[in-house]
Design a binder for this molecule. Structure first.
Ligand SMILES: Cc1ncc(COP(=O)(O)O)c(C=O)c1O
Length: 497
């Protein structure tokens, strides 16, 4: 067949598009991408993807390679997370899918009246089940509660990002289908009090999920941690992403579950249609085996020792960066980060003219070619506030750029020291009159939402977000969440359009 467009031209166009992306290699982006720094590992992953390109992961009986690779990837994770023979699992397409499935499974087990044992014991209840977690739990659990009809009960955390176990335990009740704790939390790298929470949950027959999407494949090698994995008896499931610290391309995570009966509740099966019998362990039907094959190849290439070596590199870089930030006047590290990530806030004990706003700092670092991630401040359910922060995820490649990165972080802080952060008052005053008080009971239609985005200068003819993100995130902090969520939906939808 004659192609409508020359393949070389198509790939040249793709190269052009990719050149406009944030750099996925080289350590300049400190979130989203997890770079092992090993080009040969990326090559191996690419070859593995290529080898399974036409495979449909839907059916492991027709494409038996999928079953073998999945079994071995699950076994690798189970071994790292100290699971015994009673721990089984599934490969999913990412952290969000693992979290969604943990919630769906817990809801279904709860509805069957089975509690944390996974075996049905009564006829269940008609109450809406509750999902209990610290406010720092990943937003994927908000999505899960929304999708699967659970009441979301988010517990405030302390200023350092840690949750008080007793506060969480006090809220446990018969309507709780699942309590979620993180290892560690994404916003502040806090390791939740997993042993205490899981023990209390087990006593009450409540399932307990450990979200180790980000930490699951690196914390097994982190020194001096309390037990947080399947060694903790009340832990019923753990999620761990291979497309994070498993260094695989996007599209692969595992959800490990204690107990075969609980795991089976994750499945969806139907024979009640005139087509092929559908038996899906995860959310998708037809699916790629590419990222699974890449993760499988990487586990074989690196082995446990390779993972340990890369984790050690992350540990050295994280320690160095924590120490560095602590020496930068006007900034501070939030809490005591556990794992290769950290949040940086203003040191409010410094004199005002010495303080550094973390968002101005991130914008300035960006101007020097380093992409840090801005995190908005948050008013918690009890009215206490968590300060705005800037997030850094450290990967093995970081070590190779540590001197340049450190110098840029110091320079960026020097350049914005004493510049007050964008305040809510400032940002609200810059809005078109009446917007902040816009009625939220009437949903905004797409045209109105787009008009608002234009009036506040958030959409430009050229598309894309502004270079300086501090005012944008200040807007997120200042406006009521339902309004911001609607406006951001419009912003992203228009980005695709
Ligand atoms: C702790 C935690 N849970 C869940 C997720 C969601 O993972 P994904 O982006 O792969 O869907 C993340 C992502 O950063 C995470 O850090």
């Amino acid at each position: 067949m004659r192609f409508a467009e020359d393949p070389f031209a198509i790939l040249a166009r793709l190269d052009e598009l990719r050149a406009a992306d944030a750099p996925t290699h080289g350590g300049h982006v400190l979130s989203y991408v997890y770079d092992s720094g090993l080009a040969e590992l990326d090559e191996l992953a690419a070859s593995a993807i290529r080898a399974v390109q036409p495979v449909n992961g839907l059916d492991p009986t027709t494409f038996t390679s999928v079953a073998v690779m999945e079994r071995e990837v699950v076994a690798f994770a189970r071994d790292l997370l100290n699971g015994d023979d009673d721990v089984v699992g599934s490969v999913t397409t990412g952290g969000t899918e693992s979290c969604l499935l943990a919630v769906k499974t817990a809801r279904d087990v709860w509805a069957a009246g089975a509690g944390s044992t996974g075996s049905p014991v009564s006829t269940g209840s008609t109450t809406r089940p509750r999902l209990l977690a610290p406010v720092t739990v990943h937003a994927a659990f908000q999505k899960a509660a929304h999708y699967f009809g659970l009441e979301l009960d988010l517990v405030p955390v302390l200023a350092d990002g840690r949750v008080d176990a007793d506060v969480l335990i006090e809220r446990m009740g018969a309507d709780v289908a699942l309590v979620v704790v993180s290892a560690p939390s994404y916003p502040h790298a806090a390791l939740d009090p997993i042993a205490q929470v899981a023990a209390a949950a087990a006593e009450r027959g409540i399932a307990c999920h450990v979200d180790a999407c980000i930490g699951g494949l690196v914390l097994p090698f982190w020194p001096d941690l309390p037990e947080w994995d399947f060694r903790v008896p009340g832990v019923t499931s753990i999620s761990a992403d291979f497309h994070k610290f498993g260094y695989a391309p996007k599209g692969v995570s595992v959800l490990l579950t204690r107990g075969r009966d609980r795991h089976r509740a994750q499945y969806f099966a139907t024979t009640r249609w005139p087509g092929y019998p559908v038996v899906n362990p995860t959310i998708l039907g037809s699916k790629s085996a590419g990222a699974l094959a890449a993760a499988w190849a990487i586990t074989r290439a690196l082995g446990r020792e390779g993972f340990a070596e890369l984790a050690a590199s992350c540990h050295r870089s994280t320690t160095a960066l924590v120490e560095l930030v602590e020496t930068i006047p006007g900034l501070r590290v939030v809490g005591s980060p556990v794992g290769p990530l950290l949040a940086v806030a203003t040191d409010a004990t410094a004199p005002a003219d010495q303080q550094v706003d973390p968002h101005h700092w991130a914008d300035q670092a960006r101007a020097h070619g380093w992409h840090l991630q801005l995190q908005p401040g948050l008013t918690q359910p009890d009215g206490t506030t968590l300060p705005r922060t800037t997030h850094l995820t450290i990967t093995p490649v970081t070590e190779s750029v540590l001197p340049e990165l450190s110098a840029a972080l110091v320079t960026a802080a020097d350049e914005v020291r004493g510049v007050p952060g964008v305040s809510s008052e400032q940002v609200l005053a810059s809005l078109p009159p009446g917007l902040a008080a816009a009625p939220l009971d009437a949903p905004l239609d797409a045209a109105t939402a787009f008009g608002i985005l234009q009036s506040i200068g958030l959409v430009s003819a050229g598309g894309g977000l502004p270079d300086r993100m501090a005012p944008f995130i200040a807007l997120v902090e200042a406006l009521p969440a339902p309004l911001t969520q609607r406006l951001l939906t419009e912003l992203i939808a228009r980005t695709f359009e």
